[in-house]
Design a protein around this ligand. Structure first.
Ligand code: FAD
Ligand code: FES
Length: 505
């Protein structure tokens, strides 16, 4: 597999190999097309195929090189302070449903990894949410109480295996960790063994419904199928406006050798800046995976400083030297719950899931199960709580309004902002410049060559911003990202930024 051209390659991608799958060879037919080869899509595809459906999975780039290949990969039901948050906002029943959904995800990962004998270093480990701030101990105690009331084996502790003391922590025993890319590639092998087809380098451009068939259009031909599951992080087919009910945020990650480390649990701090640390049993010696430094996609002017801050934390507080480093994004909904269900209000033929709030190993796996069950004609008791068409008008309304205000501000404000001239773009940097009345995203290579594309995001037209840490154009509205030649890296956009010949300008 050719590594992503302009990204910082994650430890998971660097330590897993897969045979490349050919693109879609032309017209095809299926019972189900799954769009997206991350943990959500591959779980849905495999379960549907095991249930007898003829499945074709289409992946725009390479399997498990999206967020699934760039995650921290804690497989746990303990998600920060999620239970006290959900209980406060939605009541106990919804918090309980969230716990059940994620327990389904955890159990499914364990079951599939074991039954399929996937070599993904699946192990058991406790998960811990902690604070170093004695003033926040009450929040920790509250999480222990709510999680306990929901039936989770949560306990309060101040004894941790970190190299620094904490003021209080929630411990959830018996959670899991694994190598996320090896696991997901194992699902792909099992899908093919169950009769499914997998095609990489096949970007889905559009899905139309004609009578009792969906037409899935790609640059390599179309597939006619009864149903489609869109599992592209934020769905690339979205006729119910999930893009306006979610927000993307990026986080930064690194791996480091830590032979003989005392760290023996999966840790997450609730303090600012947030830090996440977990060990991984690499054959060459234990590694630590460290993540943090979250910010809204396309809205960080100095992303290199995020990497620097995380690296300083690794050196100074964990005593390890960073090796691989990378960054990735995920979406969060206004009401804090994932969306799982219809992507078109008029039909049950196009389904999808998103908004895993950086907990998609379990949320995404469970979403895959629910979506596959729906395709197989079976209803799931948890489905209504997470349905994409749910109405929760009051909870999350201020966040929702703020997010949309922010998008509107970016849409208008970024057009009016004064822009540098092309001459001011330094080698190795990019900027949106104004040329003959148009916003142009210009990148000057280190040898001085300029690549120039339209700065208008092909999703809904916001102006992209340069990400100096990854040399990409990132959209501040809904998180689409493009390389310096304008090719889509991640959606919801499906079309590249239009090329602009600056000589013509
Ligand atoms: C830094 C970070 C740390 C995290 N840590 C954890 C953790 O410890 N535990 C946890 O549970 N979760 C964690 N998460 C969240 C978790 O990684 C994600 O929620 C999960 O990987 C999402 O999986 P997915 O399959 O839905 O999306 P992805 O893995 O992004 O897969 C989507 C796929 O769709 C493809 N695609 C996109 N557009 C198209 C198109 N038009 N046509 C065809 N294919 C397309 C993409 O190329 C991609 O491969 C973390 C997230 C981040 C960002
Ligand atoms: S991602 Fe929606 S406008 Fe760019």
């Amino acid at each position: 597999m050719e590594p992503p051209s302009n990204a910082n390659v994650s430890y998971w991608i660097a330590t897993s190999q897969a045979d490349e799958r050919p693109p879609l060879p032309g017209e095809a037919q299926a019972d189900l097309v799954v769009v997206g080869g991350g943990i959500t899509g591959l779980t849905a595809a495999l379960i549907a195929a095991q249930g007898g459906a003829r499945v074709i999975l289409l992946e725009a780039r390479w399997l498990a090189t999206g967020t699934t290949g760039n995650t921290t990969a804690k497989v746990t039901v303990l998600h920060g302070l999620v239970y006290s948050e959900l209980e406060r906002r939605h009541g106990r029943e919804t918090a309980w449903a969230y716990a059940k959904l994620n327990q389904l995800g955890l159990d499914t990962v364990r079951r599939l990894a074991t039954e399929l004998a996937i070599g993904c270093d699946l192990g058991e480990m406790d998960a811990v949410t902690y604070t170093e701030d004695p003033e926040r101990r009450g929040e920790i105690e509250r999480e222990v109480e709510v999680a306990g009331d929901l039936g989770l084996p949560a306990s309060y502790t101040e004894a941790v295996t970190l190299p620094y003391p904490v003021a209080g922590a929630v411990r959830l025993a018996g959670q899991a960790l694994f190598h996320p890319r090896r696991y997901t590639l194992g699902l792909a092998d099992a899908l093919e063994a169950a009769g499914g087809r997998v095609h990489e380098s096949t970007r889905v451009l559009d899905v139309a419904v004609e009578g009792d068939r969906c037409i899935v259009r790609t640059g390599h031909g179309s597939v006619r199928s009864e149903r489609v599951i869109v599992a592209t992080l934020l769905p690339v087919v979205d006729r119910i406006g999930l893009f306006a009910r979610t927000a993307p945020s990026r986080s930064y990650a690194l791996s480091a050798s830590a032979p003989g480390t005392s760290i023996a649990a999966m840790y997450l701090s609730i303090d600012t800046p947030t830090r996440s640390v977990r060990p991984h049993p690499d054959p060459a010696g234990t590694k630590l995976i460290v993540t943090g430094e979250e910010h809204k996609t396309g809205q960080e002017p100095e992303p290199m400083q995020r990497f620097d801050a995380l690296e300083s934390f690794a050196r100074e507080r964990l005593g390890v030297e960073p090796e691989h480093r990378w960054s990735a994004q995920d979406y969060r909904s206004a009401d804090g719950l994932p969306f799982i269900g219809r992507l078109d209000p008029r039909t049950d033929r196009i389904l999808g899931a998103t908004a895993f709030r950086k907990w998609g190993m379990t949320n995404g796996t469970a979403a895959g199960v629910l979506l596959a069950e729906r395709v197989l004609g079976r209803s799931h008791p948890l489905a209504p709580t997470f349905d994409t068409t749910r109405l929760r008008p009051l909870v999350g309304a201020p966040t929702f309004a703020r997010e949309n205000l922010d998008v509107a501000r970016r849409f208008i404000g970024d057009r009016l902002r004064s822009k540098p001239s092309l001459d001011e773009v330094r080698p190795g940097h990019g900027a949106v410049v104004r040329l003959h009345g148009r916003d142009v995203a210009a990148y000057r290579d280190t040898d001085g060559t300029v690549s120039s594309v339209s700065a208008r995001c092909t999703h809904l037209g916001c102006i992209v911003a340069f990400n100096a840490a990854e040399r990409t154009w990132d959209c501040p509205c809904h998180g689409s990202r493009f390389d310096t030649d304008g090719r889509v890296i991640e959606g919801p956009a499906t079309r590249r930024l239009r090329g602009v010949d600056i000589k013509d300008e």
